[in-house]
Design a protein around this ligand. Structure first.
Ligand code: FE2
Ligand code: FE2
Length: 274
């Protein structure tokens, strides 16, 4: 695949630097190309932890469809119809597409972290690509494709807001938006299962299992960064959530999944006290 014409920032360090490859995959616009590029990043890829990349336009690369609309314009459809279930699966696929981009973004954007940080987010990027592909295939089986419904861009908006602040990125993307996915999963799963769509429900189960791991990775690096900055994690989170306009989280919370993802009693208490 020749993507060199779209990747000026990835040149000059050879094709093997894992962070440069992550930036290249982030810039890829078509989903097959993006997924192929994520999968092509090898575990053995060399890693330049210190490189600072020049900012580039056009991030994240995305296809012309789906049309991006304000969250309020995304229609909620009945699960009783095939179209309604396809719209729900499409919304999930769009979240996963954004999640691929978010995992790639943290790899190239933030320099000077330990090797394990980049390896962790590469694993996340691969799993998000797998989730997207599962949903895309399920949509295809129902007669739909990614791009058939409008979508909103809330996940990427938070990436934009936190692009200069790794602590805020960790607090507000994995620990807020991905963690919210843990809360939403059981209800979505039950809706699909209740509509008789066991195949789609099974995909949501796989995603929940993996997302616990992603939030755990977010928690790990958030705590590490808090410790380095001498910040207290619970108070620091409240401050960052206010500063960056995090969405207010409402229950019911998936406390079991959140505990498995490393939230402690103080954090779960703060969540429920809000
Ligand atoms: Fe995912
Ligand atoms: Fe995730």
């Amino acid at each position: 695949m020749d993507s060199s014409n779209t990747l000026p920032a990835a040149q000059g360090n050879g094709p093997n630097c894992m962070r440069a490859q992550a930036l290249a995959a982030l810039a890829a616009t078509a989903w097959p190309e993006k997924l192929a590029q994520v999968r092509a990043i090898a575990d053995s890829a060399k890693l330049d932890r210190e490189r600072v990349f020049a900012p580039m336009d056009g991030l994240p690369g995305r296809p012309p469809l789906p049309e991006l609309v304000a969250p309020a314009q995304v229609r909620h459809r009945s699960m009783a119809t095939l179209e309604g279930r396809a719209a729900l699966l499409h919304a999930l696929a769009h979240i996963e597409f954004n999640a691929v981009n978010l995992a790639l973004d943290i790899i190239w954007r933030f320099a000077g972290m330990p090797e394990a940080f980049y390896r962790d987010w590469l694993r996340v990027a691969r799993e998000e690509a797998y989730h997207f592909d599962l949903l895309r295939q399920r949509l295809a089986a129902l007669g739909y494709a990614y791009g058939d419904f409008p979508a909103h861009n809330g996940l990427w908006d938070m990436a934009e807001r936190t692009r200069d602040d790794l602590l805020a990125r960790l607090a507000l993307v994995p620990r807020t938006l991905e963690a919210r996915g843990l809360d939403a999963s059981p209800m979505i799963r039950n809706k699909l299962a209740g509509a008789g769509d066991a195949d789609s429900a099974a995909i949501v189960d796989i995603i929940l299992r993996d997302e616990i791991g992603h939030v755990a990775i977010g928690n790990h690096w958030y705590r590490e960064q808090c410790a380095q900055a001498g910040r207290e994690p619970v108070a620091c989170y409240a401050e960052l959530a206010r500063l960056y306009g995090a969405p207010r989280l409402r229950g019911p919370f998936n406390l079991e999944a959140r505990r498995a993802a490393g939230f402690n009693d103080a954090e779960l208490a703060a969540l429920q006290a809000d």
